[in-house]
Design a protein around this ligand. Structure first.
Ligand SMILES: Nc1ncnc2c1ncn2[C@@H]1O[C@@H]2COP(=O)(O)O[C@H]3[C@@H](O)[C@H](n4cnc5c(N)ncnc54)O[C@@H]3COP(=O)(O)O[C@H]2[C@H]1O
Ligand SMILES: Nc1ncnc2c1ncn2[C@@H]1O[C@@H]2COP(=O)(O)O[C@H]3[C@@H](O)[C@H](n4cnc5c(N)ncnc54)O[C@@H]3COP(=O)(O)O[C@H]2[C@H]1O
Lengths: 140, 140
């Protein structure tokens, strides 16, 4: 079944924390703007100095601060930090979650962050990894 | 099988063109910047006046033009248009494609644009729609 196949490959799905682009909540928005423009990921995790998962960040959260009455300015980015704009309510799974829960969350989330019992960021589970598994199952 | 189930629901998967946010290739980048910031989609189609599909556009393609030696300025956006930065090589499917081909393309693409025989944009097929189908199959 799909469940068996997913459960079997479970560790193969995780993109480990050290491979995931992230920012710190106290980074200036100018830094975050440069980073997101360079890495081109649409949404990345926000961590603290001990790798705890604090939030999620996208470019629109930043560019939204650059617009006033349809005028665009980089000025506001110099006095704001990631913490001021990041998303703080989001889905996560514990590192012992079953794939059923992950599959359900990937319906509405392009990726699901994985944390341990102390909320230390372990990595992400992505739709791409799930799609590869389904593509395989659908052909076999 | 998954294939049967997908084939059956085929028209239910398509997000029709009139529900898809898009820009025109001759729009100034200032306009595209404002639009992408407001709608918050990470990638959208670029059309011409007759709804032909010409390209794909993301915010980083635009913000990349705002950066010079780590300085951020909106100045360049006033003299550039969507056509100057958009992605022109990308996967599409014809409106008579089978779901097998779509499933394969959704492994590497968050969405696949659908065009007719004259390259008129019909809509998009998304990973979310596919994930909903798999979630259903996996539970039944
Ligand atoms: N540098 C790259 N190389 C190859 N393919 C690339 C790529 N950047 C993006 N893609 C493709 O585009 C999809 C959407 O990326 P997006 O950045 O919007 O959305 C991403 C991003 O928000 C996050 N993500 C994935 N890998 C990441 C990483 N290493 N660091 C930070 N965030 C990551 O998870 C979301 C879903 O990723 P997923 O792999 O399912 O789906 C990815 C992947 O299929
Ligand atoms: N306004 C909203 N309401 C509810 N959920 C939202 C949402 N905006 C984003 N999402 C969620 O976030 C996922 C990634 O969106 P993203 O904009 O990066 O990536 C999107 C975007 O590039 C494009 N897309 C989807 N719907 C679109 C639309 N109506 N107009 C233009 N582009 C669209 O297809 C990609 C994949 O979309 P998918 O639905 O699989 O996956 C979406 C969906 O699960």
């Amino acid at each position: 079944s799909i469940q068996d196949m997913l459960a079997e490959k479970e560790n193969g799905f995780l993109i480990p924390g050290d491979k995931v682009a992230s920012v710190q909540e106290d980074n200036p928005l100018t830094h975050a703007f440069l980073l997101l423009t360079k890495v081109r990921y649409s949404k990345i995790p926000v961590l603290d100095g001990q790798s705890h998962l604090l939030g999620l960040l996208t470019i629109p959260m930043i560019t939204n601060k650059m617009i006033e009455l349809d005028d665009i300015s980089q000025q506001p980015l110099q006095s704001l930090i990631v913490k001021d704009v990041m998303q703080t309510e989001f889905d996560t799974v514990k590192d012992d979650a079953n794939m059923d829960e992950v599959l359900h969350l990937l319906v509405d989330n392009p990726f699901v962050p994985v944390v341990d019992a102390d909320n230390v960021f372990c990595g992400i589970l992505t739709r791409r990894e799930m799609m590869k598994a389904f593509n395989f199952v659908a052909h076999n």
